[in-house]
Design a protein around this ligand. Structure first.
Ligand code: ZN
Length: 262
């Protein structure tokens, strides 16, 4: 199997080296018997061979084995093509290797974030199902709502009445306030605060921490309470209750009210 990497002409040298090293280290880590073949091109834009890779790998190998900078000659215009060029030098440099390690761990952090978010989604779906209600996750949560819980009538029919949820997963969302130890949630996107208040149904902020605990709070009611007189609220003092099937049932009674008797 062969993986080929090419760059658009305007990609700068540094990015090339980093990307090549990143791909290389990834392959070394996950595949066996990886051999790296570098493609070389005649650098002369006026040359007929410009943009065509120098094809004679045996010649390249021989020139490299001879030591020094190593060069082959363009079969078309005869100009030298340097083999140990800047890219090759940088490819082996400790600084580039280190930068690639950093990129890899950042990639890992993104993956961990994604699986954390999935945990919150599944946990929520599980609790809602346990309560016998319907959970729907939204595919696009850019507006600050990740999904909805729709309540069923006693006969099992969907009622159309619901709660909205915003899911947060991880320990970084709640910060302890110095003076009183209150847990504070920072609303990063101020438009979300408006959006949450405009909904016809309550918007619940659900926070799942790494210890597996999951709590929720009616954040739309909090914002309506706190933003009297046109005050902009950017922080929520999180007084979350345990998010469980009983909690969902209690909300169901509240939302459906007398209707559930029908
Ligand atoms: Zn040439």
């Amino acid at each position: 199997m062969r993986l080929e990497v090419y760059f658009e002409p305007d990609v700068d040298g540094n990015s090339r080296v980093l990307f090549l090293r990143y791909v290389h280290d990834h392959l070394i880590q996950y595949a066996q018997n990886v051999a790296r073949l570098r493609r070389y091109f005649c650098g002369d834009k006026k040359c007929d061979a410009f943009g065509q890779a120098f094809g004679d790998q045996a010649k390249i190998a021989k020139a490299l084995a001879a030591g020094g900078k190593g060069k082959v000659f363009c079969p078309d215009c005869g100009k030298p093509i340097l083999l140990r060029d800047v890219i090759e030098e940088k490819f082996e440099s400790p600084a580039v290797k280190e930068q690639v390690r950093e990129m890899q761990s950042e990639g890992q952090a993104v993956i961990d974030n994604e699986s954390r978010e999935l945990l919150a989604v599944h946990h929520t779906g599980f609790i809602v199902a346990e309560a016998g209600q319907i959970y729907r996750g939204y595919t696009n949560s850019d507006h600050g709502i990740d999904g909805e819980i729709e309540f069923k009538h006693d006969q099992g029919r969907a009622s159309g009445k619901r709660l909205y949820v915003q899911l947060k997963s991880g320990d970084s969302y709640l910060k302890k306030r110095q003076r009183d130890g209150a847990e504070v949630f920072q609303i990063k996107n101020p438009r979300w605060a408006d959006y949450w208040q405009q909904q016809a149904y309550a918007v619940m902020l659900v926070i799942r921490t790494s210890d597996g605990e999951i709590r929720w709070m009616d954040v739309s009611a909090y914002l309506k309470r706190e933003s009297t007189g046109g005050k902009t609220v950017r922080q929520v003092v999180f007084q979350g209750e345990r998010f469980d099937a009983v909690g969902v049932q209690n909300w169901r009674k509240k939302v459906l009210g007398g209707m559930s008797v029908a």
